[in-house]
Design a protein around this ligand. Structure first.
Ligand code: SF4
Length: 358
């Protein structure tokens, strides 16, 4: 698939691949984990795995923001929608399965569920229809959490509140590095999230866990350079934090966005679909902004939720323990048209990405 690249990029890809092959271990294996759905798309679409040395494996971690929303939080949004509240969300969220139904199923039952491209669109819609109650189902990592914070600090209409489901990436990386049996040798950290949080939150990985960590962009060359930089660190025996994505990410990140998030949101323990509770991995509104918290406003109460339908292996796919093709339901009972698990829904889900190449 290297031919999918422009001529200049293909030549550079060939050079960096040759360098990789020179320094890759011949006997032992290296397992590198990326934590971003867009990285998985680039790797799969451009067939980058076929360029890697046989001893180097790149696996996908929990980098799809939609895939990791626990069923219980989908259930909350469904409950509100069925109660008559207008639930608004990003398009990818619509078909994510809850315990018994998705928001799309609720819509089919007559609930008012609307898809928007930004939180700002939900604000405008709530202003336009003051006689209705609106909830924005705020899903996403630090990148979208910053938009939620910005909109909250603007004057929000009284008929709009949020189901905050934002998660933080570094605590999930910590879970992976400590997970028994995963045996990772390096991280490709996500580019989008890093534009907001910068590099500092990743320092712990090389310093405490001895894990080479490289923030990389999303072009095929970015990913190849990211892998090469990790192999180089391993060869030198000097794990460190490096930034391949210098054209978009700086050390301190977007300080203004961080300040706004800090003002509006606090960090609490959070449940991730199929992974259980990860300490300090979820955002919630600070007490000063509790008026915008749909949980409190409507007294939402649901059970624990059913994250995995029978046979679904999403919990293993999102930590890279198995490939989507190793799930018995892949492209049989579970397809992009009829997803069983959350990883088959979003364009950033590993199963969905693999299905598109099937
Ligand atoms: Fe889950 Fe479907 Fe992927 Fe299996 S193929 S892991 S059921 S999303």
């Amino acid at each position: 698939m290297i031919q999918n690249l422009r001529f200049r990029d293909a030549a550079l890809a060939k050079r960096v691949t040759e360098k990789m092959h020179k320094i890759a271990p011949k006997e032992s294996t290296v397992k590198i984990c990326h934590v971003c759905g867009t990285h998985e798309w680039t790797i799969t679409h451009f067939g980058l795995r076929s360029l890697l040395p046989a001893t180097v494996e790149v696996i996908a971690g929990p980098g799809c923001p939609v895939c990791i929303v626990p069923a219980s939080e989908i259930d909350e949004a469904v409950q509100l929608a069925l109660k008559g509240v207008v639930v608004t969300c990003f398009g990818d969220v619509l078909r994510v399965p809850g315990s018994t139904m998705s928001l799309l199923d609720a819509k089919a039952e007559g609930a008012d569920v609307r898809v928007f491209y930004s939180v700002g669109d939900a604000v405008k819609m709530a202003e336009k229809e003051p006689d209705k109650e609106f909830v924005f189902f705020a899903v996403g990592f630090e990148t979208t959490a910053s938009s939620t914070a910005v909109e909250t600090l603007n004057k929000l209409p009284e008929n709009l509140s949020f189901l905050v489901s934002h998660r933080l990436i570094p605590p999930a990386m910590k879970l992976l590095v400590e997970m028994e049996g995963l045996s990772l040798n390096g991280f490709i950290a996500p580019g989008h999230v890093s534009t907001i949080i910068g590099l500092k939150p990743y320092e712990i990985f090389p310093e405490f866990y001895g894990m080479p960590t490289v923030v990389a962009g999303f072009e095929p060359l970015d990913v190849l350079f990211g892998v090469y930089m990790i192999l180089k660190q391993l060869t030198e025996g000097k794990p460190r934090l490096e930034n391949e994505y210098v054209r978009a990410v700086c050390w301190e990140g977007n300080v203004k966005a961080q300040e706004l998030m800090k003002k509006v949101l606090e960090v609490v323990d959070g449940k991730w679909r199929g992974l259980g509770t990860i300490p300090s991995s979820k955002f919630k509104f600070r007490d000063e902004y509790a008026a915008y918290d749909a949980h409190l406003k409507y007294g939402v109460k649901v059970g624990h939720g059913v994250d995995l339908q029978p046979g679904c292996r999403c919990h293993l796919v999102i930590i890279g323990k198995i490939k989507p093709t190793e799930c018995p339901l892949f492209m049989k009972a579970c397809t992009p048209q009829k997803p069983v698990g959350a990883c088959m829904v979003s364009s950033e889900g590993t199963c969905r990405i693999w299905a598109n190449q099937h």
